[in-house]
Design a protein. Structure first.
Length: 173
């Protein structure tokens, strides 16, 4: 007599194999998601710093251009004791005449730099210091501009000196 033994072989995975595969899959998805979230966070930080740098660069260039192009013939003198009206440095602002020959004033208001007519720094960039100093130790006088800008916990201190193109303004009584 011939014994035929039937084996019940079905293709597939056991419950334990399936559970191990799902666990490995979930761990992999979790790790990839964390990397993606961290990448997005770092991108936002980088864009914030780029925005801060661009805002600071724009403000500094605008102030430097106005100081370089200032002329003495339209300067508003608000204090008769000043020996040099061009360098009327008051309340963290500076007065001078720009390209359009109108008086311009820069001020620090609510953490932003305001130029006569509107703000020149972005709303998310906080300016905590703004200083204009006169340095006339040389024949050609210069103004030193410095300010501190921050976005979140990252801050930068900027300082530069600008020489007006029209030095004869030092002679104003």
């Amino acid at each position: 007599m011939i014994n035929i033994i039937k084996t019940n072989k079905k293709g597939g995975f056991t419950l334990i194999e399936t559970m191990v595969a799902i666990t490995i899959f979930l761990i992999t998805i979790f790790l990839v998601t964390q990397v993606y979230i961290e990448t997005i966070r770092m991108e936002r930080v980088a864009y914030g710093l780029l925005n801060r740098d661009n805002s600071v660069r724009y403000a500094l260039e605008l102030m430097a251009r106005d100081i370089r192009m200032a002329k003495a013939d339209s300067i508003s003198i608000s204090d008769s004791d000043l020996s040099d009206a061009f360098y009327d440095v008051l309340d963290m602002g500076v007065y001078y005449s720009g390209n359009s020959y109108s008086t311009v004033k820069y001020e620090l208001k609510n953490g932003r730099i305001e130029r006569t007519g509107g703000f020149i720094t972005g709303a998310n960039v906080i300016i905590s210091e703004l200083n204009f100093e006169k340095d006339d130790t040389y024949y050609q006088p210069r103004i030193i501009i410095s300010f501190k800008a921050s976005v979140g916990s990252s801050s930068i201190f900027i300082q530069t000196s600008v020489t007006p193109r029209y030095p004869y303004i030092r002679e104003i009584p």
